[in-house]
Design a protein around this ligand. Structure first.
Ligand SMILES: Cc1cc2nc3c(=O)[nH]c(=O)nc-3n(C[C@H](O)[C@H](O)[C@H](O)COP(=O)(O)O)c2cc1C
Length: 199
């Protein structure tokens, strides 16, 4: 049976998206946290993240002034706090005071790390692309902090320790991650005759 499809037209319905908190400071050192789901890794060499911010965001102004930001991966237990940081602007509210989210000092940049987020990425701005009302900010990754309990004795990583909050853009819902399905860069090779990596 072919999958019957409905056309949604040009819109922003796309799954899954990460839920991140972008950490910045203003010139007076006041911190701001903003929720962003349009964020991701876009290059390995140099390691680079891109975040797309509406130019009206306080976070965008802060990034323009300081040239840096952090990207904090939100765990499923912080859905309400992250949602709040996506509804209110730091221009009107002290979002860290309202949410109670605690912060740590970053190592390489002048921007806060969210302590309760198990993965924090420190970025220095390397480029900006204008996209209508949005600005795609490119940030070279200078440091990543990953929660210690994610590592087993042999250096393997336990994904459950990150428990990322998944955002379903377009229908505006938060979900948690499902289970482990397969291994990347390996299990696809089972479709070739001899099952070996030819590339
Ligand atoms: C789930 C979610 C995802 C969001 N993703 C983005 C995004 O990727 N880019 C953006 O500009 N705004 C995004 N927003 C909206 C901003 O977080 C929101 O406008 C916030 O108030 C801006 O805060 P600021 O003015 O303190 O920077 C998102 C909001 C939610 C709830």
């Amino acid at each position: 049976m072919p999958m019957k499809k409905r056309q949604l037209g040009p819109c922003v319905t796309f799954f899954p998206q990460p839920t991140t908190l972008i950490g910045t400071v203003d010139p007076e050192g006041r911190v701001d946290l903003m929720t962003a789901s349009w964020a991701g890794i876009v290059s390995k060499t140099p390691p680079t993240m891109a975040v797309s911010l509406n130019k009206s965001r306080l976070s965008y102004d802060n990034i323009r002034r300081t040239g840096c930001f952090t990207v904090n991966c939100v765990p499923s237990g912080l859905a309400v706090e992250a949602d709040y940081c996506g509804i209110r602007s730091g221009r009107d509210r002290d979002k860290t005071a309202v949410t109670g989210l605690e912060l740590d000092q970053a190592e390489q940049v002048d921007a806060p790390l969210v302590r309760a987020c198990p993965l924090n990425v420190e970025c220095r701005v390397t480029g900006e692309v204008e996209l209508g009302d949005y600005r795609l900010i490119l940030g070279e990754i200078l440091q990543i902090h990953a929660v210690e309990e994610a590592f087993d004795e042999v250096g393997g990583i336990e994904p459950q320790a990150f428990d990322p909050l998944v955002y379903l853009g377009g229908i505006r819902q938060y979900w948690s991650l499902g289970g482990h399905i397969a291994d990347a860069y390996r299990d696809g090779l089972a479709l070739e005759k001899n099952g070996e990596d030819q590339g």
